[in-house]
Design a protein around this ligand. Sequence first.
Ligand SMILES: NC(=O)C1=CN([C@@H]2O[C@H](COP(=O)(O)OP(=O)(O)OC[C@H]3O[C@@H](n4cnc5c(N)ncnc54)[C@H](OP(=O)(O)O)[C@@H]3O)[C@@H](O)[C@H]2O)C=CC1
Ligand SMILES: CC(=O)[C@@H](O)[C@H](O)COP(=O)(O)O
Ligand SMILES: [Mn+2]
Length: 381
Amino acid sequence: MKTINLLGATGSIGLQTLDIIRNHPASFRLSSFSAGRQEKAAEAIIREFKPKLVSVVEKETAERLQLSYPDVKVLYGKDGLEAVAVDGAADTLVNAVIGSVGLEPTLKAIEAGKNIAIANKETLVTAGHIVTEAAQKAGVELLPVDSEHSAIFQSLQGEKAKNISRLILTASGGSFRDRKREELQDVTVEETLNHPNWSMGAKITVDSATMMNKGLEVIEAHWLFNLPYEQIDVLLHRESIIHSMVEFHDRSVMAQLGSPDMRVPIQYALTWPDRLPLQGTKQLDLAEIGQLHFQKMDFGRYRMLHLAYEAGKTGGTMPAVMNAANEEAVAAFLDRKLSFLQIEEAVERAMENHTSIAAPDLGAILEADLQARATVRSLLR
Ligand SMILES: NC(=O)C1=CN([C@@H]2O[C@H](COP(=O)(O)OP(=O)(O)OC[C@H]3O[C@@H](n4cnc5c(N)ncnc54)[C@H](OP(=O)(O)O)[C@@H]3O)[C@@H](O)[C@H]2O)C=CC1
Ligand SMILES: CC(=O)[C@@H](O)[C@H](O)COP(=O)(O)O
Ligand SMILES: [Mn+2]
């Protein structure tokens, strides 16, 4: 029996994690969870899973829930998130919150000796060196949930890190993969949110369309697998059937395949090194699919990917700045305050405005994150 604390329970990854817990009552139990602003969804989770601790964003929501559910401790805000992350009964934290808000609770959970199933890629992008070092020191596992990183992790089982030649992250190309750059000027939020292969939260779906998602994933892979950027490639693959690959020095390539279903990597992070059956997922039928397509990545078309490699190679506080600027710009796009291509302009501007600090501590990272957000907000004005 694995006991789980879950950050971001009301989101896309959070709800799929709950589905896995629901379907394996003998293997998993939910101890505590956090939600954001979806009060009704949080209530439904309280009623079904009967956790002992819950956190939400707003104080008023917490007070209302506390009155309705006196047997549950209900907290709110940053302190609440951290309390859920470290809640004593659990051995594993699933971090499925969105954005760099996930960083500090993750560090607290590591200090408390929890294994981390990490969906929240922004945490690793923002402070990969701090998170990986803390995990190593505490002797806890950082288990990838992101589909590409899970694919690499699965492909590496039984292999030696010294034999890796390169990682090949696959990218679907996102909502506008069949459009030229000139055709992106007036694209709408609704069009952007129409991902061809995956049903995900709004922010990551926009990131897939700008290719920032793959940029974040390149940096995430750098930290999870401890490889230089020169050994991390991206390949366009329309179908999202090959979830990523590892090439070894003998030119042998290991890949993990499957129908696009995030419950597979979420469950693997929770069962590793074992596996459990997964109810309701589509069996891969390659005969039905017929063909898989691959295409070289065009860094001119997808400028965000270029910026992410630059940020990763610069290191220090630059990835945190890129990530925070992107979070602000995507929120502004979803709020109809920036156009699609202005997301990229805002990120580039924030990076230009910033001089990276090498080997930053947590304080320097949080400060750089705030500054980048302020830069993007000033562009909006
Ligand atoms: N969705 C997917 O298939 C994949 C997602 N990921 C990564 O997983 C993470 C989660 O993505 P996804 O599930 O799509 O995101 P969603 O937007 O669907 O869910 C985000 C969750 O975080 C909560 N939340 C949002 N803002 C805050 C805040 N300020 N404080 C506390 N909680 C907050 C939301 O609460 P509420 O909704 O109640 O407001 C919700 O529970 C991201 O880092 C993403 O990149 C990685 C691979 C695939
Ligand atoms: C499901 C998942 O892991 C997402 O991060 C996915 O990778 C998005 O697809 P693309 O970024 O390849 O469009
Ligand atoms: Mn991914």
